[in-house]
Design a binder for this molecule. Structure first.
Ligand SMILES: [Zn+2]
Length: 500
């Protein structure tokens, strides 16, 4: 061993070095301490098998719930959305006006059957409850305290109705939206949000989670799904696909035996448009790519590796899910571009930044409508006059107010109410989409472009992978613009503002 004796000068340098190292460590600890800790996410591991003859999707899902709340839980509540499709359901599946379009081959029903719930081989007590058999209550084997987790499995069978809807089979494709039990959102001080399905809007609300999904289906079909496809194998006419999705708030897939697809890489995202055989696919792909690029630029980067734009039998214009949007196959040619852009904008407002779509639908729909306008403002080649969009929206809203006032003697123009408090579909559309778009346009005009676009970017960044409440959105806009917009927002949301 060689002993080293330090002289005085070396000692001073060593002490100084030691001080610098300690200081650096302290700084690193402080900086990291200021950063918000990334909490682990709950996970859904699903093994699914689709029986094409009986239109039944059998599944086993293993859920690991991570308690990121301050509360202790002894039971959990899960949505059973497919029960909205069953015979005798309390709420109509669609508004009466849309009935013929959804039930193309006559009335048809579906449902979800829970076959068992277990944890580590032990059966758990569960109950089907809620306002209309729409909730699965699972009694946990132990109390789950903050930062603890519990893993349990649910065995289920979802029967699809013959409907042109988010969940159901039609003549061209099979849609699997909201097909599995998903944990209800928990709000501190409020409890689990167990709102019942409603024909108005998209009555969904969930937390981001990690998904590992294995799907077995007849090999004649092509699969388009949320997440990213890892592998597909085929054996005796059955295809099995493995898909993984991280930080997504729902999982959806579509099967069709007439899909034809085309893909393009946009940065680190592979964008694929699924049309039908014989379709010209290039224009739909082109506008999808432009929408992804434009919103990446305007709001902040789309963080996923996959985005699938999927044509399918669906009665309304389109429907958004994480990494996958459904585009109706009964759209007129001049409607397709608008719907594609709208649904892609939802990847930012609903997908990454979530909100309670049942109680505050204006948050994602209003901002998505306005984002669609922003796209056409940037892309004059589509000949959409955005000033006319605002003018037409204003006229359409004024007509709604006039007609409803003359028929009913009064009109409720408040925006922030639950879906079941809108008496008709037009009332819902006018108060969330149209008025929402006009509200964001009005904010932009009053604070100016620089502050408005900064506010959108900040809102996206601050609430990524979270659910924002109306108060969160208002506070975020005030913080970014340094303009007190509280009274402004409130007068629009309450219905006090008069649009001229
Ligand atoms: Zn929408």
């Amino acid at each position: 061993m060689k002993k080293i004796t330090l002289n005085k000068k070396t000692k001073i340098i060593s002490v100084s070095l030691l001080f610098l190292v300690v200081l650096a460590v302290v700084i690193i600890i402080c900086v990291n301490g200021l950063k918000e800790e990334e909490k682990p996410l709950s996970t859904y591991n699903m093994k699914l098998s689709y029986d094409d003859e009986n239109h039944v999707l059998s599944g086993e899902e293993e859920i690991t719930f991570i308690n990121n709340y301050d509360n202790m839980f002894t039971c959990l509540y899960l949505h059973l959305y497919p029960n909205a499709f069953r015979e005798g359901a309390k709420n109509d599946l669609v508004s009466v006006a849309d009935s013929d379009e959804v039930y193309v081959d006559g009335v048809s029903y579906g449902n979800i059957e829970i076959k068992g719930v277990s944890s580590e081989g032990e059966n758990l007590n569960y109950n089907i409850e809620g306002e209309d058999s729409n909730i699965l209550k699972v009694e946990l084997p132990v109390e789950v305290y903050p930062d603890e987790s519990i893993t349990f499995s649910v065995e289920f069978a979802t029967t699809l109705a013959n409907v042109n809807h988010r969940l159901g089979y039609g003549n061209n494709a099979i849609n699997f939206g909201n097909f599995y039990p998903v944990i209800c959102m928990y709000e501190e001080g409020v409890g689990f949000k167990t709102d019942l399905y409603h024909s108005n809007g998209d009555p969904f609300y969930s937390e981001v989670a990690s998904y590992q999904v294995e799907i077995a289906y007849p090999a004649k079909y092509t699969l388009a799904s949320s997440g990213s496809l890892q592998l597909t194998t085929e054996e005796e006419g059955v295809a099995t696909s493995k898909v993984s999705g991280d930080k997504i708030r729902d999982f959806c897939f579509v099967l069709s035996d007439i899909f034809d697809s085309v893909s393009q890489k946009v940065g680190s995202t592979t964008l694929t448009y699924y049309g039908y055989e014989g379709d010209s696919l290039s224009s739909a792909l082109e506008i999808s790519v432009k929408a992804l690029n434009t919103f990446n630029e305007l709001f902040g980067k789309y963080p996923y590796s996959t985005l699938n734009i999927v044509k399918t039998n669906f009665l309304h214009g389109g429907m958004e899910y994480p990494n996958l949007v459904m585009i109706s196959d009964n759209l007129e040619d001049d409607e397709i571009a608008y719907v594609i852009v709208h649904e892609i904008a939802h990847q930012w407002w609903y997908g990454v930044v979530g909100n309670d779509e049942y109680n505050h639908a204006w948050m994602d729909e209003g901002l998505t409508e306005y984002s669609t306008l922003l796209f056409f403002e940037e892309h004059e080649e589509y000949n959409v006059d955005t000033a006319s969009l605002v003018k037409n929206a204003t006229e359409s809203y004024k007509t709604f107010v006039r007609v409803y006032t003359s028929v009913n003697g009064e009109v409720d123009t408040s925006m922030d109410r639950p879906l079941n408090k809108f008496d008709t579909q037009p009332e819902y559309v006018q108060c969330t989409y149209t008025k929402g778009m006009l509200m964001f346009d009005s904010i932009r005009k009053s604070v100016g472009d620089r502050k408005f676009f900064k506010a959108l970017k900040d809102y996206y960044q601050d609430f990524a992978y979270k659910n924002a409440s109306p108060a969160d959105m208002i506070a975020s806009f005030i913080d970014s613009t340094r303009v007190d917009l509280e009274g402004f927002f409130n007068s629009w949301l309450s219905g006090d503002v008069v649009i001229k």
